[in-house]
Design a protein around this ligand. Structure first.
Ligand code: ADQ
Length: 461
């Protein structure tokens, strides 16, 4: 496995496996195959070669402050991230960042080739995400006999946007050396295939296959990522979650709750969501004091100016709404938490929500939507899911979610009200159906499908 970061984090009790769907899903696969993980260590004291609870060798790639600035904060997060999220902010194009991105990708490739050389049998190499798009090509020349897969966790933009990137050919060539390239949805896959066809007339598309001029075949496939549904089902019903839930029930007694849970990122639509809440309270005075909105925002990328600006904007909006609508002696309408919350607390918020607002302007998949429906279904809940048309999850839930266009702030505020007004039996049935979808296509299925396509796509040289 090659990913930007290693799958470990350091807590008060030392190093442990990082929380998150990818690590959970891969843990059994790694345990079976005795895998290795190459990634940036991002810790001044370095990462140990192994961590308890994770049956996997850790191979750190150490980056200097200059590397991190150009490769991670720069090219990955200020050029590719906004471009791949349909330009919700203007991408910054900087040649020095691009040079550092190439250089860091090369170092990841060399580190991976060293790991491969330690194995008797050539292992399968699975590369994750937009930080490492040049890797498949670099690896192909270093280890020609390895099956190589790539998965993109963010959307792939339409060709009209993608081709603005000065180094568009280089990125596509980087990816096209893989045996299989995975996307969350058929739409992102099609955007990729159309970009390839637009820029490389010699490549032929045949169903899921792309045939390169040298005859090599590459699979471009749609495999939606998901969550460990059993883990979230148990979380929903654990004693600690129950305890947290009861405390929240008491805190919000007599009010219906809208919930948002996101990294504080401009793609997540948090400002538009707050504006819709404000419009709803303005339009419907009788809802004031009867609804609350909880926004849990995890700090993210706060070394980047756009993210610091977003924080200021969000906090200004929250202050304005609370200033306008709080009645003396009563609670505020908007509760804003700028922090990550422990799993049990997160589970309790998911249980509490009457309307879960997942309203990104653009989002590869969005796991929060899946976590919410599974937690609700596990406890017989009847919460409604307000879901943006512009996230991968919308392709899976169809009309069981209340679908919204977050750019239409007024329309979104009306849909918030309709979601609240849905009949209880209807809401319960919708939650059950959406949870069924997530159970059928959980994260283990994603891993299995991805690995199968990489193996099948591989042709020995
Ligand atoms: P992200 O943009 O990080 O991931 P998402 O898929 O929603 O977005 O995952 C966020 C995770 O963080 C969820 O598991 C959620 O529980 C957790 N989280 C969010 N807020 C939290 C909080 N305040 N406290 C604690 N935990 C919190 C990228 C892409 C997505 C894609 C994933 C996986 O942008 O589109 O779904 O990768 O491919």
């Amino acid at each position: 496995m090659v990913a930007n970061r290693l799958p470990v984090s350091r807590g008060p009790e030392g190093w442990r496996a990082a929380a998150g769907g990818l690590v959970t899903a891969l843990r059994p696969v790694i345990a079976e195959t005795g895998g290795a993980w190459v990634g940036w260590d991002d810790d001044p004291e370095g990462v140990p070669p192994r961590v308890e609870g994770l049956d996997c060798d850790l191979h750190p790639v150490t980056l200097s402050a200059h590397d991190v600035q150009g490769y991670y904060h720069g090219f990955a997060n200020r050029t590719v991230w906004p471009l791949f999220h349909d330009l919700v902010v203007e991408p910054v194009v900087d040649r020095a960042w691009w040079r550092t991105y190439q250089d860091v990708n090369r170092r990841f490739a060399e580190a991976t080739a060293e790991v491969v050389a330690q194995h008797d049998e050539t292992p399968l190499i699975w590369v994750q995400d937009y930080h490492l798009m040049l890797l498949p090509e670099m690896l192909r020349s270093l280890v020609p006999d390895a099956p190589i897969g790539f998965f993109l966790h963010v959307p792939f933009p339409p060709p009209e946007l993608f081709i603005r990137l000065p180094w568009r050919d280089r990125l596509l060539n980087g990816l096209l050396a893989a045996d299989s390239i995975g996307f969350h949805t058929a739409q992102y896959r099609d955007n990729f295939v159309r970009s390839v066809q637009h820029l490389f007339t010699g490549v032929t598309a045949l169903g899921d296959l792309l045939i390169r001029p040298d005859g090599r075949q590459v699979r471009a496939v749609a495999h939606p990522i998901s969550i460990d549904t059993e883990e979230f089902g148990s979380l929903a019903t654990s004693d600690e979650t129950q305890h947290e839930y009861e405390a929240l029930k008491e805190q919000f007694d007599g009010r219906r709750v809208f919930l948002g849970v996101d990294r504080l990122d401009y793609t997540k639509g948090i400002r538009h969501r707050l504006q819709s809440i404000e419009l709803m309270l303005e339009r419907e005075p009788e809802l004031r004091g009867k609804v609350a909105f909880v926004q849990v925002a995890v700090p993210s990328r706060d070394d980047v100016q756009e993210y610091r600006d977003l924080r200021t904007q969000v906090e200004t909006e929250v202050g304005r709404i609370n200033g306008r609508f709080t009645e003396p002696g009563h609670d505020v309408p908007v509760h804003y938490l700028y922090r990550g919350v422990p799993r049990e607390k997160l589970g309790a918020y998911y249980r509490l929500a009457d309307v879960m607002c997942v309203t990104p302007l653009k989002d590869g998949m969005n796991l929060v939507a899946k976590e919410f429906v599974v937690v609700q279904a596990a406890t017989g809940g009847d919460g409604a899911l307000l879901l943006s048309e512009f996230c991968g999850a919308a392709a899976e839930f169809g009309d069981d979610a209340v679908r919204c266009n977050p750019f239409d702030v007024e329309g979104q505020s009306e849909l918030m009200e309709s979601a609240l007004a849905l009949d209880e039996i209807e809401r319960k049935a919708r939650i059950r159906r959406m949870a069924e979808v997530v159970k059928r296509t959980d994260v283990f299925r994603w891993v299995t499908d991805e690995l199968a396509d990489i193996e099948e796509g591989f042709t020995r040289p």
